[in-house]
Design a protein around this ligand. Structure first.
Ligand code: ATP
Ligand code: LTN
Length: 331
């Protein structure tokens, strides 16, 4: 079987630097080794309330961002999850073999349902992992690049695939997780003890991939640093500076010793100024391509139509087998 990598993000905001370093940038590397499918997970996005007009705009923006960061349409198919209705169908079927206990153990569900209170949380938040399993199993995916937060969902996906195969006969490939070798959790510039996130209340904590040059300079100049004055990498003692150095590393490809040497004898001010410049240089072309897609979305629409058609074709093949195995519909 040919290897296939599949992943996705929820279109709940403009992707930020954390999403880029933690996911998108890695996908761009993977496409040179694997056949890839990248999805905009809009059905997952609505497991928490969304404004409909904003959701639709973010869905298009997220798709544009995939191509803007360098996903190549000739190597990957990119599609919007809800445009392939077989995902919802398979999510339902997998939900019938998943156990309450398994779903209740999911830490993402525990965390997210704690916010609203369990009684008031939507059922979609609970069944989220069955839909995610459907996304993955639909295409005989062999490997899934995910952050650590999603590993538990991937483990459940494997369990559901094996359980289905045992009950109904071989149907799904059992996928592996792909963990980024030098992956990093990027922390908020304003609160280095929290991950950089779309929902950071501190406005300067998150760099969005469509931030303009002045905004990036401003946010980096306001970034929290630790005590001391030398530029040395020490994630335990000086986590704020280590976070900024990690960003510098991902923006330039320079190693930590190289960065330390570059800034020997210089202070935080010089370092931050230089960090802003390398970030602007790296993100500038991405932002430029995003703005072009926004101005004229016709090319993007063609790419998404192609991705949808390809995904639907594969999904329908798989669902024909699944319906047959389970005994759904007429012969
Ligand atoms: P939420 O905060 O709503 O749970 P999220 O940002 O974790 O959302 P997505 O938007 O779907 O979830 O994230 C897409 C990918 O980006 C995931 O693989 C996630 O691990 C990664 N990611 C998100 N924030 C960071 C971060 N600060 N550093 C590194 N990777 C990140
Ligand atoms: N749950 C993931 C997004 C996601 C996904 C997927 C990732 C939805 N379906 C399938 C990999 C494979 C998240 O929150 N990052």
């Amino acid at each position: 079987m040919q290897d296939l990598v599949l992943s996705g993000v929820k279109p709940t905001s403009i992707p930020h630097l954390g999403n880029y370093i933690g996911a998108l940038k890695y996908w761009v590397e993977l496409q040179h080794t694997y056949r890839c499918a990248f999805m905009i997970a809009d059905l997952h996005a609505i497991t928490v309330p969304q404004n409909p007009a904003e959701l639709r705009a973010r869905t298009i923006d997220t798709a544009a961002m995939y191509f803007a960061v360098g996903i190549l349409p000739e190597r990957c198919f990119v599609f919007v999850q809800s445009e392939v209705p077989q995902h919802a169908e398979l999510g339902w079927i997998l939900g019938t073999i998943a156990k309450m206990g398994e779903m209740e153990r999911m830490t993402q569900f525990k965390d997210k349902s704690a916010k609203e209170g369990r009684e008031r949380s939507g059922i979609g938040l609970f069944t989220y992992p069955a839909l995610m399993a459907a996304d993955i199993l639909m295409y005989d995916t062999t490997a899934v690049p995910v952050g650590e937060d999603q590993l538990q969902h991937l483990e459940l996906t494997r369990t559901l695939a094996q359980r289905f195969n045992t009950h109904f006969g071989p149907t799904f490939n059992v996928p592996e997780a792909l963990i980024q070798k030098h992956g990093a959790r990027i922390m908020s510039l304003a609160h280095p003890d929290r991950k950089m996130s779309k929902s950071d209340v501190a406005k300067n904590g998150t760099i969005f991939l469509d931030d303009d040059t002045d905004t990036i300079r401003h946010k980096i100049s306001r970034a929290v640093t630790d005590s001391g004055s030398t530029i040395t990498f020490d994630p335990i003692e000086r986590p704020a500076l280590a976070n900024l150095m990690t960003i510098y590393h991902h923006m330039t490809g320079k190693t930590m010793p190289e960065i330390e040497q570059l800034f020997a004898g210089k202070g935080f001010g010089d370092f931050k100024k230089e960090l802003a410049e390398v970030t602007i240089n790296h993100l500038g072309p991405i932002r430029h391509r995003l703005l072009e897609f926004r101005k004229d979305p016709s090319e993007l629409m063609t790419l998404l139509n192609k991705g949808r058609d390809q995904a639907q074709k594969l999904a329908e093949q798989k669902m024909t087998l699944v319906r047959d195995r389970v005994g759904l519909g007429r012969a």
